[in-house]
Design a protein around this ligand. Sequence first.
Ligand SMILES: O=P(O)(O)OC[C@H]1O[C@](O)(CO)[C@@H](O)[C@@H]1O
Length: 228
Amino acid sequence: MKFFLDTADLAEIEEAASWGALAGVTTNPTLYSRIGGKLDDFHAHIKRICDIVGPDCPVSAESVAMTRDEIVRDGRELAAIAPNVVVKIPTMVEGLAATRALADEGIPVNMTLCFTVPQAILAARAGARYISPFVGRFDDISEDGLAQLDDVVRAIGNYDFSEDTVNGEQIEIIAASIRSANHVTQAALMGADIATVPFGILKKCVQHPLTDRGLESFLTDWEKVQNA
Ligand SMILES: O=P(O)(O)OC[C@H]1O[C@](O)(CO)[C@@H](O)[C@@H]1O
């Protein structure tokens, strides 16, 4: 499984990128608004993210347009920002149609707001390169977000979508709306290709109390060696 960072915060992206294990970034309108993002700076901001993570890390930037033609226009503009931009499009009829059009132009799409297996299969058939089932938001309505993610991973794994995607590339499932390190564990056990995680959760994925305790005792014992 790969780790993507789910944020629009440049400092968080810089720090996570410096850890050496970051494979991509996802943003959405809420995350951009949370950092005080302005409309006329949006493209420049996505470019800054692309520059930080480098050309091998996909950066998802979301279209908020509601019609096929507007989404396609938005998608082309977003894709022109940098070669690693992935256009994020909501799972809806106009979004599927726009995904097909963009995929046919070789532009990768991350189909977002995906909650069910039929939605995921339609996204795949429309040419999406990434599909983002939401875990936490499903839990929020007293459903089982992890079970739903598992269903999507298995259903997509049942078929060959290489004729549907850009250049026959393999579809990757992004476990999204991740709220805990355990969500990451379960997503990995299910075989989700990617988990996109907020910075706070990424830090929790690194930490463990036994690691801290073990480190403390190793340092204390090493002190003793030095003073022996
Ligand atoms: O439910 P949350 O925590 O707001 O997460 C929403 C999810 O939507 C996304 O836009 C999907 O990629 C991610 O940015 C995020 O993981």
